[in-house]
Design a protein around this ligand. Structure first.
Ligand SMILES: [Zn+2]
Length: 160
């Protein structure tokens, strides 16, 4: 279940995704929140640099490994505008981070991108549970998912 406090973090993820879009990057954003509710780190996609591994979830996993104890990581939550891709889900699990809450699922994203005629990615899209079965996952969040879809449509220059 996603409560009002969690919705605030998810809205911040959508804001970060919007910042990415406005910087010419793919619209994805993520926030790392400690057990006490403190926002510890946040990031958005930076793949426009040419490095297509620069996903925010991957950056947050590496940040957490450098700055948090294993106990702190396990008690932390990652909020994100789109469900982790397999690379990011693997990084999340390898560093031992806790729960994930996403706005839009990978399945939704695949449908939206197919509608826009975007070619399939080079890495297969899988649900987080297929990659990291021990991670607790919540999502999608219906109201906000429409905003994430709209950002994808803007990025790919679709008319609405
Ligand atoms: Zn990713």
């Amino acid at each position: 279940m996603v409560d009002d406090v969690e919705l605030k973090y998810l809205r911040r993820c959508v804001e970060l995704a919007t910042e990415a879009l406005e910087a010419g990057d793919e619209p994805f954003g993520s926030v790392l929140v400690g057990a006490d509710g403190t926002v510890l780190a946040e990031d958005h996609n930076r793949v426009a640099s040419g490095d297509r591994t620069r996903h925010p979830e991957f950056e947050l996993a590496r940040w957490s490994a450098a700055h948090m104890t294993p106990e702190e990581r396990a008690a932390a939550t990652v909020y994100t505008s789109g469900e982790h891709c397999p690379m990011c889900a693997a990084a999340h699990a390898w560093v031992g981070l806790g729960r994930i809450v996403y706005v839009a699922s990978s399945e939704q994203l695949m449908v939206w991108l197919a509608e826009l005629g975007v070619p399939a990615p080079p890495v297969r899209t899988l649900p987080i549970r297929e990659v990291a079965p021990g991670v607790i996952v919540d999502g999608p969040v219906p109201g906000l998912a429409d905003e994430v879809r709209a950002l994808q449509r803007r990025f790919h220059h679709a008319e609405d």
